[in-house]
Design a protein around this ligand. Structure first.
Ligand SMILES: [Zn+2]
Length: 848
């Protein structure tokens, strides 16, 4: 054996030439030789790595070149981003393994959680730069790809012969491209390290986020975006043992690697996960010692929220690892630790990528065993759990229900229809509109976290949300049960039923406002010049299918209006893909409720909506509104910057939407102009601090509690210096779910069927309930906390306060939300409030 290795070693030296440019080699281990005929990063870029910020298209080109030259690589395009950039995943393994990679992969998935053989491959997933303005990772990925494609050394042999390395070089291509453009366009020939230089201070929106300004490192669980969908699909096809997640943090920081604070790990993650993370940590520490870098560990950053790259794997018997490098942002920046260059930051990410490989090989058996033990322990947890699973039910809005089930399916969570109706705690779950999610399945831990209503925790400090209960976000009824109901495992899982055929000589066409996609169909119709009325009240219509009941908000297309000639074709085309049941009404006289010619049937014109963004506003919240209206309502909306408002004519806009932001500096002249627009008939919609600013301006008739007032509710006598952080953690709401009581008769509630509505909250802002009647659309319940952490002092402040206030202002309407109703694009339960604020505002008639 020794001889063979020697001979092999000799051949290896003979066949290899050190061809890489000095700069590429300088980043990589000195003892490695490189195969000739494989393009180096420097050759591909026409510049050295770190000289310029790499663009995603350059990464794509380089990965294609490597894959064509090296027999160690399989490359797949896993999906496309919103901006149509390809998402790549590369699988590195020996040429021998590449020949039957599919069967290696299949065997790994088949044997998942069963006994392991010491020769089984370790699957290591290397993921870089999910935040686009944290680019050292993606730039380092070029070098790691070259190293694995061309490198010749004992450790590379060992890595590739017996394992599979997956490389995800650029998790957020749209954000990375936005940032690379920014950093490169501001680069000087003589690098400028001044932190005030434009290169280091991005415009709004920053490159951290994706196309719709979402944080993709919160989307691993929610899967709102194609980037996450593609990645999770691959994750489940590979189920890696280790997954790395390379980030950057503040310029004056040093380097961080996990483990973080173990009390802040998710309770469903085994402690052994922290131990194995620490075992790898020893290798990172040794490597960074060698290069004399400052670093820290066991502090900061938690592993609680399963929607992050370093945490999602933890719910799957994988070890997710977060790395954070102090950011040079641009090419060179002054820091507390001297001048930090972009190349320094890339070097550290290369160093810890390599120490990940070394640590993984040294602990291979432990990682293989861990995945098996994790599955075994999950089975034990299932046995110990008194619950059998959760029954879900949604009677009216099948789209919303299906969207939630779709997320469960993407996470390989099984669910089944009931074979007969089930009654639990006085609530009937009918078999046609219910699903059962059994706990006895491999995804037990993820299910428990997705259905969690936990309110007390080992550690009350949350880096991110403390709850992500999916049925609450989707406003889906559910109930935990201790016995599995009778299931119909043969039934097709889609509860959608066939739609009525449209009658050519109908009196009118009508559809309900209750389906999640009703706003989209309405928008599409009016955008295509169909004349539409909205029902301000309920009615029973005579239709081709008999009598059909419609709730308030129903959409009506009377032939009596001046309709386009090809009306029926337009309706058919616009409903294509939505498949909402549209009824052919045969008479204007209703059996009950308002008639079709009623004054309460109101014409609706095409809304022209202006979103206020730019510096000083939250790019996340505005992005969430943009995403909702663009993707879920098909509504083209304009976004303007706050500092452009003064120069803008508001005349053509029907609605304005303002989100969390800092508005104190808006000039008086603009304020006056806004007030004039509002008084003349505009609809002004504001979330969180925007609503509070509307109240300051006396547009919104609701008072907000001051920060000072809220803080006074906390007892501080007897606290010592060390209690400071804990107090701060108590005074904030990182993200929790609250119960609100909805005035179901209010136009903003049209389409809702229940008087209670779970709402998400991630701020301590409290809007007092106004004294005036008819202006509070929703208020928080008496003991409002449903799930997640919120200090009792804050719960008391929120109890009974207003969640939505709305009233007239001159000819206009003001709508204030105390919370973000589109949180992370997954709050389907409350996002409907935003389309109601647009389409149903005309019905609001409450004097201020
Ligand atoms: Zn980051």
């Amino acid at each position: 054996m020794g001889l063979m290795i020697r001979i092999f070693g000799f051949c290896l030296l003979f066949n290899s030439v050190q061809v890489a440019a000095i700069d590429d080699i300088a980043y990589l281990p000195a003892d490695t030789l490189y195969k000739a005929g494989i393009t180096t990063p420097t050759e591909a870029l026409g510049a050295t790595v770190g000289e310029w910020h790499v663009r995603h298209d350059q990464i794509v080109n380089y990965m294609q070149v490597l894959a064509s030259q090296s027999d160690r690589i399989s490359l797949v395009e896993t999906g496309r981003t919103h901006e149509n950039r390809p998402l790549y995943l590369l699988a590195f393994s020996s040429p021998e393994n590449q020949k039957n990679l599919a069967s290696i992969q299949a065997k790994h998935i088949e044997n998942l959680g069963q006994s392991v053989d010491k020769d089984d491959p370790l699957v290591i997933w290397m993921g870089y730069s999910v935040h686009g303005d944290e680019p050292s990772g993606s730039n380092a990925a070029l070098l790691i790809a070259y190293y694995l494609a061309a490198g010749e050394s004992e450790i590379i042999e060992q890595l590739l012969n017996n394992n599979v390395i997956l490389l995800d070089p650029s998790l957020n291509p749209d954000g990375l491209s936005r940032f690379a453009q920014w950093a490169n366009m501001h680069k000087s020939k003589n690098l400028v390290s001044d932190p005030n230089h434009r290169e280091h201070k991005q415009a709004w929106p920053s490159g951290r986020t994706n196309h719709y300004w979402f944080d993709l490192n919160r989307d691993w669980l929610l899967l709102t975006h194609p980037e996450s969908r593609a990645r999770i699909n691959q994750f489940h096809q590979w189920r890696p043992h280790i997954l790395t997640d390379f980030h950057e943090m503040g310029t004056n920081s040093t380097y961080f690697f996990q483990p973080g604070i173990s009390s802040r790990k998710n309770p469903w993650t085994p402690l052994k996960n922290v131990e194995l993370t620490a075992a790898l940590g020893d290798f990172h520490a040794a490597a960074l010692d060698k290069t004399r870098q400052l670093y820290f560990t066991d502090e900061s950053y938690d592993d609680f929220y399963y929607g992050k790259g370093s945490t999602y794997p933890d719910a799957h018997g994988s070890i997710g690892i977060l790395f954070e490098q102090a950011s040079s942002r641009g090419h060179l920046q002054d820091s507390d630790h001297g001048v930090l260059s972009f190349t320094d930051t890339i070097q550290n990410q290369v160093t810890t990528s390599l120490s990940t490989f070394a640590g993984a090989l040294a602990n291979k058996q432990a990682f293989l065993d861990y995945q098996v033990n994790f599955a075994n322990k999950t089975n034990d947890l299932v046995k110990d759990d008194d619950l059998a699973g959760y029954i879900l039910n949604e009677k009216v809005d099948q789209t919303r229900f299906l969207k939630m089930l779709d997320i469960l399916a993407a996470h390989k969570i099984q669910y089944w229809p009931l074979s007969k109706d089930v009654k639990v705690n006085g609530q009937t779950f009918d078999r046609t509109h219910s699903m059962f999610v059994p706990l006895d399945q491999p995804q037990y831990r993820l299910i428990k976290s997705l259905f969690s209503t936990r309110q007390s925790f080992e550690d009350n400090t949350f880096y991110d949300v403390s709850n992500w209960n999916l049925p609450l976000a989707f406003n889906i009824q559910y109930q935990a049960v201790d016995r599995e109901p009778k299931l119909n495992k043969n039934l097709v899982k889609s509860p959608k039923t066939g739609n009525p055929k449209l009658l050519r000589d109908a009196y009118a066409y009508a559809f309900s406002w209750q389906d999640y996609q009703a706003p989209k169909l309405l928008q599409r119709l009016i955008a295509n010049e169909v004349k539409v009325k909205l029902a301000g009240d309920a009615f029973f219509a005579q239709t081709a299918q008999g009598e059909v009941s419609f709730s308030a908000g129903a959409v009506v297309v009377p032939i009596a209006l001046d309709q386009p000639e090809n009306l029926l074709d337009i309706i058919g085309q616009q409903n294509n893909g939505l498949d909402l049941p549209i009824h052919s009404v045969t008479s204007g006289l209703t059996q009950q409720g308002i008639d079709f010619g009623s004054r309460k049937m109101v014409n609706i014109a095409l809304p022209k909506v202006l979103l206020i963004g730019g510096r000083g506003t939250s790019q996340y919240e505005l992005g969430e509104v943009w995403h909702y209206l663009d993707q879920h309502v098909d509504m083209p909306v304009s976004v303007t910057d706050l500092d452009q408002l003064g120069a803008l004519s508001f005349d053509s806009y029907t609605h304005m939407i303002w989100v969390e932001g800092s508005y104190k500096g808006v000039p008086d002249k603009t304020v006056k102009k806004l007030e004039y627009w509002l008084r003349s008939g505009g609809v002004l919609i504001g979330q969180k601090s925007a609503a509070s600013w509307f109240s300051d301006k006396k547009w919104l008739n609701a008072d907000f509690k001051s920060n000072k007032e809220i803080k006074l509710a906390f007892e501080t006598t007897g606290l010592t210096y060390k209690d400071q952080d804990a107090l701060k953690a108590k005074q904030r709401i990182a993200g929790a779910v609250f119960e609100t009581l909805l005035d179901i008769n209010h136009p903003l509630s049209f389409g809702f069927t229940s008087t209670t509505l779970p709402m998400f909250r991630n701020s301590a802002l409290v809007m007092r309930q106004p004294d005036k009647p008819f202006v509070t659309v929703a208020r928080y319940a008496k003991s409002p906390l449903m799930a997640g952490y919120t200090a009792e002092e804050l719960q008391k402040q929120i109890a009974g306060s207003a969640a939505i206030v709305s009233h007239n202002f001159g000819k206009g309407k003001v709508i204030g939300f105390a919370t973000n109703v589109n949180f992370r694009g997954v709050w389907y339960g409350t996002s409907r409030l935003m389309s109601n604020a647009i389409f149903m505002a005309g019905f609001i008639n409450a004097p201020d």
